[in-house]
Every structure is written in structure tokens, then in C-alpha cells.
Design a protein. Structure first.
Length: 169
């Protein structure tokens, strides 16, 4: 219980606070490459499909679970350091942080923070890869919700400033 200016109010549990689910936000059909692919091939795929990351699969088992993720930033930095003959396997981040599709944005942001990453692999109930959630996806979703809230507030301000008084429902 919280006592505030003589009023007793209970703080709602975390589960009752609204949090956007990530199933509205993540990119489905994540693209992949293999660890033996060249950085140039990976960069060309990212450019062609306008994505910032590729899941990395084993060369000998491309249908197996992802062994890493490579981002546009990884490609740029590793190529500068290692040269033209470098492969995706050397540039990738070998640990793939995952999150379940039914998770909310709060859980996603906490997972990103805990792992020090900007992208999470979204998995289904059986562990199958469904897509990728990026920090940009989360920001876009939260921005859309904030814009909707702002539109409601603007409408109330216009209504009040027009002298129309309280609206009864």
C-alpha cells in the first residue's frame, strides 16, 4: 500500500501494467548466411534486402540453429581490421540472444541490456526461429504509441479551448 496525501492506493503488479508485446514489432523471415561466406557476400545481401543483420548458420548444417549473428557494423569493423579475405565466421557475434514471441518490450529491452546487444532472435514455443527484433523495431513501436497518445491529448486540448466543456458518454 502507498499512502499519499492521506489516500491509500495500491501499486499494481508488474503484470497489470501495459507493455507492448513484441509480436507486433519484430521482423519475420530473418535472412541468414553461413559462417564461411565472405564479408562482401554478406554485405551485398544486407544491401539488397535493406537489413542490418544476418543470422549465421553452420556451413555444413545450414538448417541447424543459428551459431551467431553478424551486423553491418561487424562487417565494417572486421573488414577494416582483417582485410578482404575475412569471412562472416570471424566477424560474427557467436552468442545469439533470444526472446520468446509472447514477450513484451520491457522484457526485450532488459534482455538486450543484459546481453549488450541491439538485436534479439525471436523464437516460437518450440524454439524455432521466427525473426529478429531490433532496438529500432522497439523504438518505432513505442514512438507510434506515443504519437497516438499525443493525438488524444491534442484533441482534448482543442476540445477544452473551444469552450465545449466536459464530454459525457
Amino acid at each position: 500500500m502507498l499512502a499519499l496525501m492521506g489516500i491509500n492506493a495500491s501499486i499494481p503488479a508488474r503484470s497489470t501494467i501495459y507493455a507492448m508485446r513484441i509480436d507486433r514489432l519484430y521482423t519475420r523471415d530473418a535472412l541468414s548466411t553461413t559462417s564461411g561466406a565472405s564479408l562482401a557476400e554478406a554485405a551485398a545481401a544486407m544491401h539488397r534486402y535493406r537489413v542490418g543483420s544476418l543470422l549465421v548458420m553452420r556451413d555444413d548444417q545450414p538448417e541447424s540453429p543459428a551459431v551467431g549473428i553478424v551486423t553491418d557494423r561487424d562487417l565494417a569493423l572486421y573488414r577494416l581490421a582483417a582485410g578482404d579475405q575475412a569471412t562472416v565466421g570471424g566477424a560474427m557475434t557467436p552468442v545469439v540472444a533470444t526472446i520468446k514471441e509472447e514477450a513484451d518490450t520491457h522484457e526485450a529491452l532488459e534482455t538486450m541490456r543484459a546481453h549488450g546487444v541491439r538485436r534479439l532472435v525471436v523464437t516460437g514455443a518450440a524454439g524455432a526461429i521466427l525473426g529478429v527484433l531490433s532496438i529500432d523495431d522497439v523504438i518505432d513501436g513505442l514512438s507510434a504509441d506515443l504519437a497516438s497518445a499525443a493525438a488524444v491529448l491534442k484533441g482534448e486540448i482543442r476540445h477544452d479551448s473551444a469552450g465545449l466543456g466536459a464530454v459525457r458518454v
